[in-house]
Design a protein around this ligand. Structure first.
Ligand code: NIG
Ligand code: FE
Length: 433
């Protein structure tokens, strides 16, 4: 007896499975990252939220024919299908706007100078401290809708605009609540070490780091709603020693280390990520060759954030080619935040990855799906299209994988399916869960 699917996607010019033969739970690195597992003129059959088959259309139709009145058919009409994008680095939950600082930067002000003068991250801290849980949840929920419209179906969310126990917790709770009401799966990262808050200005960074490790972190870890711990390891923010202290304290409490490493200057962040066996090091625009080697040896995933360099009007993009040549698995993310990257668009990030960092379209798609999923601990459920995996994918209005980066600033997303449910159709939200 044949199994009839609940859902069939037919007529796709290409399906990008990100699942070439091999262990699907692991990131792709080196040359292997260039094979996105593309199937030409393909189809997907889905039942009970899982993929039954993905392959050449004639084979899928033969084994899983549609049943009248039962099977919903999506006609991909010559477009491409990709796994739902995974945005592996966002500062999802914050209140307020920093448009004045964007104007100041247009007039020549520098990002870290604005922070040192009490603006930047600290201005978002003021606005976020003043916002209620309900307000933050609603803000996050609207952002998750925007993510879905751009094909993102899983994301990481960092705290770090509270810098005190109550507000850090409120940010993480807001991410949790918003995700519970959305098809987008969110995993949380505690990032109390994002900046030194004004009440610690006199005592300094050391005293604040002690407070984070001894008071904030234990409280957050005890709630069980954060999976990772991150720190802004950067000249002028937190030193390597301070960052190590936070990451080890997090690890003792069960939080897996991540590092904001070498964003603006070589700061030893990539080396630190390797030393503490972080799951990922992020930014890396100024990472040293030694740091990249150390990451490759330790199996640390590089999460690259080209939209940040774009917004900072810098041409110092991370050296993705050196990382891929060195065997470091490369992932991509938006770094969505109010200061350095106010975009939720993974297609735009893919454009920048190709045009500015010289990644191939296949490498960039793998980076934005499978490798990103691995960077946030979702490697066994998200980021690939294969039988038995959740049926979570996007239909893009693009004729070929190689064309995706060239629709600059356009949103190519036509349909999004999450665990077998159509949640975006004709580029619009179908319903809210
Ligand atoms: O990843 N670098 C630190 N954090 C963010 C920026 C946060 C902000 O400016 O509000 C980043 O770029
Ligand atoms: Fe960031």
């Amino acid at each position: 007896m044949k199994t009839h699917p609940d859902l069939l996607v037919l007529g796709a010019e290409q399906i990008v499975t990100c699942a070439p033969p091999g262990d699907l739970d692991r990131p792709l690195a080196g040359k292997a990252q260039g094979d996105a597992g593309v199937i030409e003129r393909a189809a997907v059959a889905v039942a009970d939220g899982l993929i039954l088959a993905v392959g050449p259309a004639d084979e899928v139709m033969r084994d899983y024919p549609p049943l009248e009145g039962h099977t919903r058919v999506i006609h991909a009409d010559g477009r491409i299908v990709v796994p739902g994008f995974v945005d592996a680095h966002t500062h999802l939950v914050y209140a307020g706007s920093r448009h004045r600082e964007h104007a100041m930067r247009l007039a020549g002000a520098k990002y870290l100078d604005i922070l040192a003068a009490g603006g930047g991250i600290l201005s978002t801290v003021r606005a976020t401290r003043a916002a209620s849980l309900e307000e933050l949840t609603e803000i996050a929920r609207r952002r998750l809708d925007l993510m879905l419209l751009h094909g993102t179906t899983a994301a990481e969310a960092k705290s770090g605009y509270g810098l005190d126990i109550d507000t850090e917790l409120r940010q993480i709770q807001a991410a949790f609540n918003a995700s519970s009401a959305s098809p987008v799966q969110v995993v949380s990262t505690f990032m109390g070490a994002h900046a030194v808050p004004p009440e610690f200005r006199a005592e300094g960074a050391e005293a604040y780091i002690d407070y984070v490790c001894e008071e904030v972190l234990p409280h957050i870890a005890a709630q069980g709603i954060a999976r990772f711990c991150d720190v802004f390891c950067e000249k002028g923010v937190f030193t390597v020693d301070q960052s190590r202290q936070v990451l080890l304290a997090g690890r003792r409490r069960g939080l897996i280390p991540k590092v904001h490493a070498d964003e603006l200057a070589p700061s030893g962040g990539a080396e630190l990520a390797a030393e503490v066996e972080a799951i990922s090091a992020e930014h890396l625009a100024a990472a040293s060759p030694e740091g990249i080697d150390a990451m490759a040896r330790a199996g640390v995933i590089a999460v690259l954030l080209p939209a940040t360099m774009f917004t900072l009007m810098s041409d110092a993009y991370a050296d993705a080619r050196a990382m891929i040549a060195g065997g470091v698995p490369v992932a991509l993310a938006t770094d969505f935040n109010p200061g350095t990257s106010p975009t939720l668009s993974m297609p735009f990030v893919i454009t920048l990855a190709c045009l500015q960092m010289k990644m191939t379209p296949a490498e960039a798609i793998v980076a934005a799906t499978r490798n990103a999923a691995c960077a946030i601990g979702l490697g066994s459920t998200a980021g690939v299209l294969a039988p038995g995996r959740p049926a979570t994918f996007a239909v893009l209005d693009v004729e070929h994988v190689d064309a995706l980066p060239f629709y600059v600033g356009m949103n190519p997303v036509k349909q999004v399916v999450v665990r077998g449910e159509l949640v975006v159709d004709a580029g619009a939200l179908v319903r809210r869960m």
